[in-house]
Ligand binder design. Structure first.
Ligand code: DAT
Ligand code: MG
Length: 140
């Protein structure tokens, strides 16, 4: 498997509780390199577009309100098999189902307030990175 890039968000529940460093420690311990990172306040439009695939789901409104409720940290992670590896480090969407030692097991508050986002495939990773970062921002 080649070197890949994936897109990550440290979500409002985690930035609010000062967990950015603790989450970054787990990312780096897994061998993923943080090659771009910025703290932003997501706009409603950005949140609605980013989660557009979930527009018809009953939790969409709640999800958008949550994502704009506090600053987030958007990141690009690089490494061997980075997309699947980060999904493993994150753990399952629902923290009650997440494996021990994962970010969501250790930090997530609920299925909605679950501390991190990670891309699920190469196509979405490329789209999500391009939505928040210019090519020159990525320092591999
Ligand atoms: P993941 O973030 O693990 O890729 P997803 O893409 O299915 O999960 O959903 C995106 C986000 O939407 C998820 O991180 C939290 C929220 N979400 C998903 N299912 C939910 C539910 N049943 N209730 C509340 N929020 C939910
Ligand atoms: Mg997803």
């Amino acid at each position: 498997m080649a070197i890949q890039r994936t897109f990550s968000i440290i979500k409002p529940d985690a930035t609010k509780r000062n967990l950015t460093g603790a989450i970054n420690a787990k990312i780096e311990a897994a061998g993923l390199r943080i090659i771009a990172q910025k703290r932003i306040r997501m706009t409603r439009e950005q949140a609605e577009t980013f989660y557009g695939v979930h527009r018809e789901r009953p939790f969409f409104g709640e999800l958008v309100e949550f994502m704009i409720s506090e600053p987030v940290v958007v990141q690009v992670l690089e490494g061997e098999n980075a997309i699947a590896k980060y999904r493993e480090v994150m753990g399952a969407t629902d923290p009650d189902e997440a494996a021990d030692g994962t970010i969501r097991k250790d930090f997530a508050l609920s299925k909605g307030e679950n501390s991190v986002h990670g891309s699920d495939a190469p196509e979405t990773a490329a789209e999500e990175i391009a939505y928040f970062f210019a090519g020159l921002d990525l320092v591999g």
